[in-house]
Each structure stands twice: as C-alpha cells, then as structure tokens.
Design a protein around this ligand. Sequence first.
Ligand SMILES: Cc1cc2nc3c(=O)[nH]c(=O)nc-3n(C[C@H](O)[C@H](O)[C@H](O)COP(=O)(O)O)c2cc1C
Length: 196
Amino acid sequence: MAKISVIYYSAYGHTFDLAQAIEKGAKDAGAETRLRKVKELVPEDIIKANKGMSYGRDLQKGVQEATLDDLTWADGIAFGTPTRFGNTTAQIRNFLDQTGPLWGKGALAGKVAAFFTGASTPHGGHETTILTLSTFAYHHGMLILPMGYTIKGSVDPYGPTYISGDGSKPVGEEEKRLAQEFGKNLAKVAQKLAGK
Ligand SMILES: Cc1cc2nc3c(=O)[nH]c(=O)nc-3n(C[C@H](O)[C@H](O)[C@H](O)COP(=O)(O)O)c2cc1C
C-alpha cells in the first residue's frame, strides 16, 4: 500500500475541495493517506473581517497542520496552492522553505511529487503557479508526476486545476473527477516506485 500525503493551502476553500478529491482518488486506489493544511500566515483580525476567509478557515477546522514528518512518511506527495498573482502563496512557500534539513539528508529524493492549483480566471496563472511551486522538488531530487493528457478529459497537463470565477463558483464536478483520477494515478505510481 502506498503512503500519500496531500499538503495544501486554501484561504476560501476551493483548493481544499481539490485536495480532498485527490486524497479520495488515492484512497480509492488503496493508499494510506494524510490530508494536511499548511500554517496560516494571515493575521487573525484580517481573517475575521473577511467573510470568505472566515468561511474557508472554519471549513478546514478539522484538518491537521502539515509537519515535515508528513513528507518523510509518504511515498508520494501532492502539493496544492491557490494562484496569487500567477505564483504560489506565501503560506505553502513558507512550509517548503522549512524543508532545508530534509534536503541536506536527501530525505525526499526518489519520492513522487505532484502539484495542483486554481485561480479565478481561465488564464490567470495555473501553469506558472504549478511550475514555480514545483522547482523545490527538483532540488530535492523528487520525481515529478504530471497529469499529461493521460486522463480522459484532461485539459491540464501540469496537474489538476479549478477556476473559481468571482469566488462564488464552487469547484466543478469535472474538475473534481480529474483530480480524483489523478490521485489514483499518484498512488499507483508511488506504490510501484516504492516497490510495494
Ligand atoms: C492576492 C491575490 C492574488 C490573486 N491572483 C490571482 C491571479 O494571478 N490569477 C487569478 O486568476 N486569480 C488570482 N487570485 C484569485 C485566487 O486564485 C482564488 O481566489 C483562489 O484560487 C481561491 O482559492 P482558495 O479558495 O483555495 O483560497 C488572487 C487572489 C488573491 C487574494
């Protein structure tokens, strides 16, 4: 059985939705999973004053915060973040920046890394976000798993994505289906590479 961690940041809940779909796919493929959110960096008074962020925060109350052990434990890891100005969020970057000691030991080398994101507009930076998020994995010697067009209906070769519109549009069923199928692939590839 492969061990799969899904590590993500989500302010309003969309990326959380996609993270859950990936985790479900991995579980359906027989993997043991951990779903983990990274530490919030936005000050509490700003979250409280923002209806959408308060909603997103409450939605994820039951999710454990990611630790480095969630990386070393796993055979495959999916990393997710919303797009911020065509780039990753500071929150996920903050978490990844803490992996220096693991890099020093080569602890993540050979593990499978996959990426997912979302943005409000169709060309708002999905690809640049996944590419900038993925550079850390090259430095760790991880093996990057793209989605390609291997899943019927895929339009995102870099990894699963969603489009949130003005924020009121929930993640679509087709977006979730693709994420779920990708989660299955991640579990299968990680299992093979881990020789399990
Ligand atoms: C500071 C900021 C920058 C953003 N930059 C972009 C962007 O470059 N392109 C885009 O389409 N959407 C952008 N968005 C919209 C977010 O990507 C969208 O709200 C997010 O994907 C929702 O994810 P979440 O519900 O998981 O927090 C931005 C939002 C914020 C708050």
